[in-house]
Design a protein around this ligand. Structure first.
Ligand SMILES: Nc1ncnc2c1ncn2[C@@H]1O[C@H](COP(=O)(O)OP(=O)(O)O)[C@@H](O)[C@H]1O
Ligand SMILES: [Mg+2]
Length: 279
């Protein structure tokens, strides 16, 4: 299972839109097994997948009461099926705020390793885990970063983009000791047809020095309508431009991840051959 976190410390830039669309396309259209994780106390992605319960169990229990830390829950018990084939979810609600406070006050070593430990239990059951993060770099976000293979940073043109990207990069650097291989990739969202938007896109891809998806997601009212209607965008607007853009993002993602997995396997194999030769 590859863990992909959608994260940035900016609000309203399309984190939930990105996470929910990628999960839907991977699960429903590509038939991959997807585990959605809601790491935002607002519970927006839980709402889109119709599993939001203000008093229900989910991410808070995973971080506070998982059996890996002596609690009562297995990961499986915190996962709910959604109405979509291949897509399951660990939901979140307002209790996550309290969970963050609790973890912050603890001084145990496993305080930031908890999400990783819980995900190891279901490692073989899913192809992708897509995590929708909230705004804060809190204990939930730190737990997610320690476990992530890839962090997608959505960027909406409109100011302070560079700060947001660089903040994320600093956080990743600070956690390198716990997660040396985590990568970050910028995704431009809500692109418009004007000059400013085009210049920003060119700067992001060619001069920012950050790894970036080639696809920029366009802006369209259909995306907002899908959110208002409470449905994942690719379900609500099957042929809309934003859905098409997210399909292109998924294609890039699959190529990227499957290629890097292949490379890793090849390295493994060549190491084995070398070992044999030297034996
Ligand atoms: N490509 C897009 N075009 C137009 N509106 C979008 C697009 N992506 C997201 N939105 C809208 O922007 C708002 C914020 O998006 P959301 O994904 O909730 O952001 P975040 O999770 O980063 O706070 C929502 O109303 C959503 O419908
Ligand atoms: Mg959100």
């Amino acid at each position: 299972m590859k863990i992909i976190a959608v994260m940035t410390q900016k609000g309203g830039v399309g984190k939930t839109m990105t996470a929910s669309s990628l999960a839907y396309i991977l699960g429903v259209e590509y038939g991959r097994k997807v585990l959605v994780v809601d790491a935002d106390q607002q519970g927006n992605i839980s709402m889109l997948y119709e599993r939001f319960e203000p008093q229900g169990i989910g991410m808070s229990e995973l971080l506070e009461k998982h059996r890996a830390i002596g609690g009562e829950y297995s990961t499986e018990e915190l996962i709910s099926k959604t109405r979509y084939q291949n897509i399951s979810i660990i939901p979140a609600n307002g209790f996550l705020m309290k969970t963050n406070m609790m973890l912050l006050m603890l001084e145990q070593e496993n305080q930031i390793m908890r999400f990783k430990a819980a995900m190891e239990e279901v490692q073989d059951e899913y192809d992708y885990c897509i995590v929708d993060c909230g705004l804060l770099m809190d204990m939930t976000a730190t737990n997610v970063l320690v476990a992530a293979d890839l962090v997608i940073v959505p960027v909406k043109v409109g100011g302070f983009e560079l700060e947001a990207i660089e903040n994320m990069e600093e956080q990743l650097e600070d956690l390198r000791g716990f997660n040396p291989d985590v990568r970050m990739k910028v995704l431009m969202t809500m692109r418009q047809g004007n000059v400013t938007s085009r210049q920003a896109e060119e700067w992001l891809k060619e001069r920012s020095g950050h790894e970036c998806f080639q696809t920029a997601v366009r802006r369209s009212i259909m995306a907002e309508k899908a959110t208002m209607d409470g449905e994942p965008l690719p379900k609500f607007s099957k042929y809309g431009v934003v859905t098409q853009d997210y399909r292109a993002v998924v294609e890039e993602l699959l190529k990227d991840i499957e290629l890097s997995t292949q490379n890793a396997n090849n390295v493994d194999k060549s190491e084995k051959t070398e070992m044999k030769v030297s034996e």
